[in-house]
Design a protein around this ligand. Structure first.
Ligand SMILES: [Zn+2]
Length: 379
């Protein structure tokens, strides 16, 4: 007699159907390959491949190559085809539709308007075009019997020194789609303290900011993001784990030979105790080397340590095209690696609900919607 196969507990769980929340997803990192091919042909931009499947593979390989210049080159191609009102509308609409198809019910999409004015659009026109695309995507999703809500995070590029202008742009659009501000680009050498005025302006206008920090640089960069960036969330933030010590001691029992004794540094304690959300992007973190000091594989990614020690960890994709990932796939990766179950996925999702740049009443409504979806999945 053969033993019944012991299927892993999670195998029947349809993660795609669960209502999910995405807080860290770049517009210029999430295009459909076929759309890039069509838009590039229309503007005469030369691509590494004009075959959508070949182009998708080129993006994936470039992101995985371990070469930062090659990784950054991928954005040259996506940004080149996102310079007109029509192309921004299309890319934003498809972005929303793709998220909805992946089961995302609330998303904040980030992008840097200053990189989309080469063909003559003003910053405001660029934001309006993306908003029009988002609204089309939301309407199409609703027409198909589904639901998604999407806000814009207006990003300033750290090396461009236009943060004040971009902060003002974001605040100008606060009642028409912009829900927050972000800075991206080279973390090392361009700390938030360089843009103190912009962050002060945002704070004076009660406009929330998330800051890419703790990705390419460590604890000092996180402190700068909290102090000068007044960051309410940390973009990645994974290197906060460098401020946590884990020592293993023999437990004296055979089943659990070692127990970890965790001690937190002051910065790690602050981030954890104040509930400052970490926008963790597992696959991206491995590709960019953000977590290289912990190891090279998902097994050594500090997300589990951060989650188990009570940080407000959220799970995100960063750049779905470059990393060839979906939010569903990132959750499945964590479930396979760390044996997370439905309760863990719910807790990580609720962390994202609570950290969303939404008013309290809308967060409560989102929380109820997510809870209902998870309850349905439990059957
Ligand atoms: Zn990012």
């Amino acid at each position: 007699m053969t033993e019944p196969t012991n299927l892993p507990e999670n195998s029947s769980l349809n993660v795609r159907s669960l209502p999910k929340v995405s807080l860290h997803d770049h517009l210029d990192g999430g295009l459909r390959p076929a759309t890039i091919v069509e838009l590039a042909a229309a503007v005469g931009h030369t691509l590494p491949s004009t075959d959508p499947a070949g182009l998708a593979e080129w993006f994936r390989e470039s992101a995985d190559s371990g070469s930062l210049p090659r990784y950054l080159e991928t954005f040259d191609h996506t940004i080149a085809v996102m310079q007109t009102r029509e192309s921004l509308i299309r890319v934003a609409r498809e972005f929303v539709e793709d998220l909805a198809a992946d089961g995302v019910v609330y998303a904040e999409v980030r992008w840097a308007p200053e990189q989309h004015v080469r063909a003559g659009l003003s910053l405001d026109e660029a934001v309006e075009a993306v908003q029009a695309g988002i609204e089309e995507g939301v309407a199409n999703t609703e027409a198909a019997g589904s639901f998604i809500q999407v806000g814009q995070l207006i990003t300033a590029m750290r090396h461009a020194d236009r943060a004040m202008e971009i902060a003002e742009l974001a605040v100008r659009h606060r009642d028409s789609g912009a829900v927050g501000f972000d800075i991206a680009g080279p973390e090392d050498g361009f700390p938030p303290s360089r843009f103190k005025d912009a962050f002060t302006y945002l704070a004076e206008n009660q406009f929330p900011a998330t800051v890419h920090a703790g990705e390419a640089a460590g604890i000092e960069s996180i402190v700068d993001a909290l102090v000068h960036g007044r960051a309410l969330r940390l973009g990645h933030g994974v290197r906060i784990a460098e401020d946590i010590d884990v020592e293993f001691e023999d437990s004296g029992t055979q089943d659990e030979p070692e127990v970890g004794i965790v001690s937190m540094g002051r910065v790690a304690s602050w981030v954890r105790d104040r509930g400052i959300a970490l926008e963790v992007c597992p696959s991206s973190n491995l590709q960019t080397g953000a977590v290289a000091s912990f190891g090279e594989d998902i097994e050594t990614h500090p997300i589990d340590l951060l989650y188990q020690t009570g940080f407000a960890v959220t799970v995100n994709t960063d750049n779905r095209l470059m990393s060839s990932v979906t939010l569903t796939g990132e959750f499945e990766l964590l479930m396979d690696t760390f044996d997370y179950d439905l309760d863990d996925v719910l807790e990580l999702t609720m962390n994202a609900v609570n950290a969303a740049f939404l008013p309290l009443d809308e967060r409560a409504a989102l929380s109820a919607y997510v809870t209902e979806g998870f309850n349905r999945a439990r059957g």
